[in-house]
Write a protein that binds this ligand. Structure first.
Ligand code: HMG
Ligand code: MG
Length: 315
């Protein structure tokens, strides 16, 4: 074993390569109490790209009063433009409505994500809409994006449990997921917003989605690590054939409209497991860890990622 790298022992029937959808700059920073300076955000994204991450969710074009931490999207996006290091990097952004799409397109965004909820309570709290109203809000957004050949991800939150409504029935999740995909989304990301899922639940939902006509190759998984289940859930999803996994550098994150949500699965923890399984990610774990250590210094608190802590521990 090389120091700082896991011993590589593959397991049969897992995908050879995984695309990591890095959400630290968006899902991570949206939940920080402090508003991180725009230059630091741009540097964070630059370092993540330098560590080999090829999809980095950069920010959100939502109402600035709803998420003040990301109110600087107009300033941030141009700072990322025109750099050679971004040639091979996709920078998706969150867009809830036509106003958000106008703002994103004006800055040249090429990938967007709409974000729906499997439960009525979270739809009301996060989007000020019913589920049906939020789908109606997304419809013209997805249609216009498709006309412009913009890649559209459809997030679905509260796929496993909801802090107000409790466990969420699988059929309810499948119904909204199908409606979201029927709008024309290219990809579906299954959000375990409060981190309550366990592997059997993940496999059951994936099978039910397949049964409803949503193929595995359009599905990504977005686990928060509240109950320490995110890696186990990810492995289950990989066994089912999922090849897109969301994670947040250093385990940053949460959701401002779901108080029990903690950070996402840490990208370093994910990469440690994937590389141990012999699965390619394109990520340089040393550079990624250094980035999270640097970001933790900016935020003034240590990273919650076990892998970051282990790799940056000094005697
Ligand atoms: P609303 O108050 O119902 O907005 O909010 P509205 O449509 O009534 O418009 C009110 C005013 O806001 C209007 O201005 C609009 O122009 C303006 P006025 O005419 O009064 O002067 N406005 C905007 N301004 C800038 N950008 C916009 C925008 N939209 C309207 N895009 C709204 C509805 C959807 C806007 C609001 O609820 C919102 O911004 N919500 C975002 C919440 C959010 O970002 N949550 C976190 C992301 S979701 C998440 O983290 C989960 C995820 O990680 C997956 C998981 O873990 O499950 C993705
Ligand atoms: Mg999230």
């Amino acid at each position: 074993m090389t120091e700082g790298l896991p011993m590589e022992i593959p397991v049969a029937d897992l995908p050879p390569r995984i695309r990591i959808h890095e959400v630290g700059p968006r899902d991570g920073l949206q939940n920080e109490k402090a508003v991180v300076p725009t230059e630091i955000k741009a540097e964070f994204i630059r370092r993540l790209a330098g560590a080999g991450l090829s999809t980095i969710e950069a920010t959100s074009f939502v109402h600035p009063k709803w998420v003040p931490q990301l109110a600087d999207a107009e300033q941030l996006f141009p700072m990322l433009d025109g750099h050679e290091w971004l040639d091979d990097v996709a920078l998706p952004v969150l867009v809830p409505n036509a106003r958000g799409l106008d703002r994103a397109l004006a800055l040249g965004a090429r990938r967007i994500a709409v974000f729906g909820s499997a439960t009525e309570t979270f739809a009301a709290r996060n989007l000020n809409r019913t589920i049906a109203e939020s789908l109606a809000m997304f419809e013209p957004v997805v249609a216009r994006a498709r006309e412009d050949k913009i890649h559209v991800r459809g997030y679905l939150s509260m796929c496993f449990g909801d802090p107000w409504e409790g466990p969420v029935p699988v059929h309810q999740v499948v119904r909204v997921a199908k409606q979201l995909m029927d709008l024309g989304c290219d990809e579906l990301s299954l959000g375990d917003t409060i981190g309550v899922a366990t592997p059997g639940h993940v496999l059951t939902l994936l099978a039910a989605l397949n049964e409803a006509g949503v193929p595995t190759n359009t599905i990504g998984v977005h686990f928060h690590d509240t109950y320490g289940q995110a890696l186990a859930n990810t492995l289950a999803a990989l066994q089912h054939g999922v090849t897109t996994v969301d994670a947040s550098a250093g385990g940053l994150g949460g959701c401002p409209y779901a108080k029990s949500a903690t950070g996402n699965l840490a990208t370093e923890d994910l990469v440690w497991m994937l590389h141990g399984l012999g699965i390619e990610t394109g990520v340089d774990l040393g550079r990624l860890t250094a980035t999270s250590v640097w970001m933790a210094e900016q935020l003034g608190r240590p990273s919650p990622s076990r892998t970051v802590r282990a790799l940056s521990h000094k005697e």
